[in-house]
Design a protein around this ligand. Structure first.
Ligand SMILES: Nc1nc2c(ncn2[C@@H]2O[C@H](COP(=O)(O)OP(=O)(O)O)[C@@H](O)[C@H]2O)c(=O)[nH]1
Ligand SMILES: [Mg+2]
Length: 445
């Protein structure tokens, strides 16, 4: 498992929550203190840590969604927030021919990562070449040539200056994935910036990856920001994740810098290399099964609440729209319908004519504009909307008053239909049948 110490610290936090019978306010606070300690030990910026735990506390202690216990909600919120801290986006390498330039300070792992990248693409069927542009250190080019030999990948090294070597290679290697190694320095000084800029001009790279060792922790933020400002980077590769407790700090700091972590190095060998996926990482710590169950439950809790509200005829224009929108995606409205006694949502969905979704799409767009032009109080209580408001809303949304009226009518009909507590008849003769007609669906069932 990667991220040994950071990962096991977080895992312990989850274990502790799972082990509690009932979670109350005191337990939440105690566990959040544990989480703070773990994060700070991993060199996550203290301000970030406190912001995160504050946000978790506020969410969790405010209101627990119906159908979930505080414990479940707490675990789910922990999961969401930790994933958010580590970077929501999954790191990825595009599998295509491209030019990649690796930049970074001395000893960060650039040359090693060149080899890892070469193997990654080669294993996936692309042709690969390496370019040895580190003329700064005597043995640097030889190190890359050795890697090339080991991986059976061609290494370009003709030329004196880094930009000449890069230029020669760029002319010869027309296709495939071409990976350019570069020289580091102790710091990103003017000389290094100039050298990398010149290389960038002749290479015109598709990707410029900054290589950062995990053990610098939260200093990764400053480094990523500086390199981005002076050289321009498209992503970060964090190396040496295997040997440090500060991995969490470097991941969180990179996220704050605005860069994405694309890959992580987890050892010295050429195949110690992984795509970075914060969701998968945190899921593994909790246990995939546990998490899947919780996420499902959280979704259900939301749907159940909406269903209840809708059946009582209490729902806002926004909720109405959301439900219709998910109907389009064959999503949660069918679930909502399923929960209404006597309405077999699944059956109804199957009876929809195949062009139903097409017909609706244009209308949904229009309705969205209309709803956006309403005030909050109008959205919460559409009954407020009478003639002069209709004119205003139509103007504001670039639609006709008849469009606004149609939306209001549909809202009213759904509301009425749902109030007539669930009889399947509603679908055949009731308001929903009328609504169906409006959508151009004709009679249903
Ligand atoms: N444990 C570990 N060591 C690494 C990793 N990546 C690179 N190294 C080591 O870090 C040292 C410097 O790597 P090198 O690629 O030469 O760095 P460069 O100066 O940026 O080119 C070498 O001893 C590598 O074996 C990694 O992911 N894990
Ligand atoms: Mg090197």
């Amino acid at each position: 498992m990667v991220l040994d110490k950071f990962g096991s610290g977080i895992k312990d936090v989850f274990k502790r929550v799972m082990g509690l019978g009932v979670v109350d306010k005191e337990a939440v606070e105690a566990i959040l203190r544990d989480l703070q300690r773990t994060m700070i030990q991993s060199d996550v910026d203290v301000k970030l840590v406190f912001e995160m735990t504050k946000s978790i506390k506020e969410k969790v202690l405010k209101e627990t969604p119906k159908g979930m216990t505080l414990k479940e909600f707490f675990i789910k919120t922990l999961y969401d927030e930790i994933v958010g801290l580590l970077g929501r986006e999954k790191g990825k390498l595009e599998l295509k021919n491209q030019r990649i330039l690796l930049v970074g300070l001395f000893g960060s792992g650039k040359t090693t990562t060149c080899g890892k990248l070469a193997l990654w693409f080669k294993k996936r069927g692309l042709s690969v070449a390496l370019v040895a542009c580190d003329t700064h250190r005597a043995a640097a080019q030889e190190q890359l040539r050795q890697l090339g030999k080991q991986l059976d990948v061609h290494v370009y090294d003709e030329g004196k200056k880094p930009e000449d070597i890069a230029k020669n290679a760029a002319q010869k290697a027309k296709e495939g994935v071409v990976i350019f190694d570069s020289a580091g320095r102790d710091a990103l000084d003017g000389e290094l910036a100039k050298e990398l800029k010149k290389m960038g001009e002749v290479i015109k790279p598709d990707e410029v990856f900054l290589v950062i060792p995990a053990d610098i922790g939260q200093a990764a933020r400053k480094q990523a920001e500086e390199f981005n400002k002076l050289v321009g980077i498209t992503g970060v590769i964090i190396t040496k994740m295997d040997g440090t407790a500060r991995g969490g700090g470097s991941l969180a700091a990179t996220r704050v810098s605005g860069s994405n972590v694309r890959m992580i190095g987890v050892g010295e060998k050429v195949d110690d290399f992984e795509e970075y996926d914060p969701q998968r990482f945190v899921s593994r710590l909790i246990g995939y099964g546990d998490l899947q169950g919780l996420l499902e439950k959280a979704k259900d809790a939301g749907a159940e609440e909406t269903a209840k509200k809708m059946m009582e005829g209490k729902f806002t224009m926004n909720e109405f729209f959301e439900q219709l929108n998910s109907l389009q995606k064959m999503g949660s409205l069918s679930k909502v319908m399923d929960m209404i006694p006597g309405m077999s949502g699944g059956g109804m969905m199957k009876k929809l004519p195949p062009n139903f979704l097409d017909v609706q799409e244009g209308k949904m767009k229009k309705w969205k504009h209309i709803i956006n032009s309403m005030t909050k109080s109008e959205r919460d209580d559409p009954e407020l909307i009478k003639q002069n408001r209709i004119t205003r809303i139509a103007k504001g949304s670039g639609t006709q008053p008849s469009d606004v009226k149609e939306l209001l009518k549909s809202y009213e009909q759904i509301k009425k239909m749902l109030k007539m507590t669930g009889s399947a008849k509603a679908f055949k003769r009731g308001p929903l049948a009328k609504l169906a007609k409006q959508f151009g669906m004709g009679a249903m069932g």
